[in-house]
Design a protein around this ligand. Structure first.
Ligand code: PLP
Length: 377
């Protein structure tokens, strides 16, 4: 008999965070909607784990158990990825501290740092995800994002963790793009994982979610205290939907990775597409570290179609690729990042492969690229 510790991804996803079977009860209990709960008239909040919804919710706790199992740590969920990331940064950093952020990572974190952290007296420095990384002695916290969104460079987490440990620096890894089935940063030496659960983790494009996961008792207490006092919690229904979606994570990611591989090979073979990036392509600069570090490569491919007009023609010609931001959902989507003020080239596209049949997707993309190709090509 195999124990839970030996379970593979699909089995772990299906069972993550579920309560012990009880006759007459559902597999995943429905959402508990409550602001206050009934209290014991004599013993008060000491009598039950549920007193008030900002701190206590059983639906949220089950989701935290599930994500914690997958990441290999203790988890606290937040209302969005940004709530989780900014919560960690604000809870840990103090005036005079220095934080090192990815120069090519999620741009809202950079605008938050420039606007808010700098104003609080925190020194913000940047390093490209692929390195080189500067001396870390005076750095309080390094936030790593690997693979980085949207450029898809990667960083060797274990190698950097050795350096942060030696310097007494906290290492946080944004695991949004990889998901805990792609890599487990806590096992590679990171102190804490932050992520958006809005993307591939939940994968149905119907909710926002974020989380922090750690093995440090102190850090968990700091983050829990921060969340309870600032209140950035997800609602019970979103927490329940997210947990319901986790059961298919392995299946969804497997198809997304297959689709991304086929799409990346298609794009790389075309002369009217440049700058194709997918860490699973052997020619990709991220390939050596990605294949050594990650259990699977995410379903996101980035490339350049030259200009905004070509991107618009491509999207209009495609029947399967929806114009949308975010990524990791069931439906294939493409986002011209420059339209959001991101510092990417005007024709740069981040394509998120959904779970459609691979042959249909490749045929649709081929037709849309042909139909939108510059006249000379
Ligand atoms: C989307 C994203 C975030 C922010 O998450 P939200 O749920 O949208 O707040 C943070 N980091 C990365 C890498 C992301 O892709």
């Amino acid at each position: 008999m195999t124990g839970e510790r030996d379970w593979r991804d699909g089995t772990r996803c299906v069972h993550a965070g579920l309560p012990e079977p009880e006759p007459g009860q559902p597999f995943l209990p429905g959402p508990v909607f409550a602001a206050p709960y009934h209290l014991d008239p004599e013993r008060g909040p000491a009598a039950s784990p549920n007193g008030y919804g900002r701190g206590d919710n059983p639906t949220r706790r089950l989701l935290e158990a599930a994500i914690g199992e997958l990441e290999g740590g203790d988890c606290r969920v937040f209302a969005s990825g940004q709530a989780a990331i900014t919560g960690l940064l604000l809870a840990v950093l103090r005036p005079g501290d220095t934080v090192l952020l990815p120069a090519d990572g999620y741009y809202t974190v950079r605008s938050f740092a420039a606007e808010t952290l700098t104003g609080l007296g925190v020194t913000v420095r940047y390093a490209p995800t692929a390195g080189p990384y500067p001396a870390l002695d005076d750095v309080r916290l390094v936030l790593l994002e690997t693979p980085a969104n949207p450029g898809l460079d990667v960083c060797d987490i274990a190698a950097l963790a050795e350096r942060t440990r030696a310097a007494g620096t906290l290492l946080a890894v944004d695991n949004t793009t990889a998901t805990p089935l792609g890599q487990r940063p806590l096992e590679l030496g990171a102190d804490v994982v932050v992520a958006s659960g809005t993307k591939a983790l939940t994968g149905h494009s119907d909710l926002l979610l974020g989380y922090v996961a750690t093995r440090s008792v102190d850090l968990l207490a700091t983050v829990t205290g921060w969340r309870t006092t600032t209140g950035g919690i997800p609602g019970a229904f979103d927490a329940w939907l997210a947990h319901r979606s986790l059961g298919t994570l392995d299946l969804r990611l497997a198809r997304q990775t297959t689709n991304a591989g086929a799409v990346a090979r298609l794009l790389a073979a075309r002369t009217d597409v440049t700058g194709v990036r997918w860490p699973g392509l052997p020619a990709d600069p991220a390939y050596p570290v990605a294949t050594a570090q990650m259990a699977r490569v995410p379903g996101i491919v980035s490339f350049d179609l030259g200009d905004a007009d070509r991107v618009a023609r491509f999207l209009a010609a495609s029947r399967l690729v929806a114009a949308a931001t975010s990524f990791g959902g069931l439906h294939t989507t493409a986002d011209r990042r420059a339209q959001w003020g991101d510092d990417t080239a005007p024709g740069f596209v981040r394509l998120s492969c959904g779970v459609e049949d691979t042959a249909d997707l490749v045929a649709d993309l081929t037709a849309a690229l042909d139909a939108s190709a510059p006249a000379a090509a």
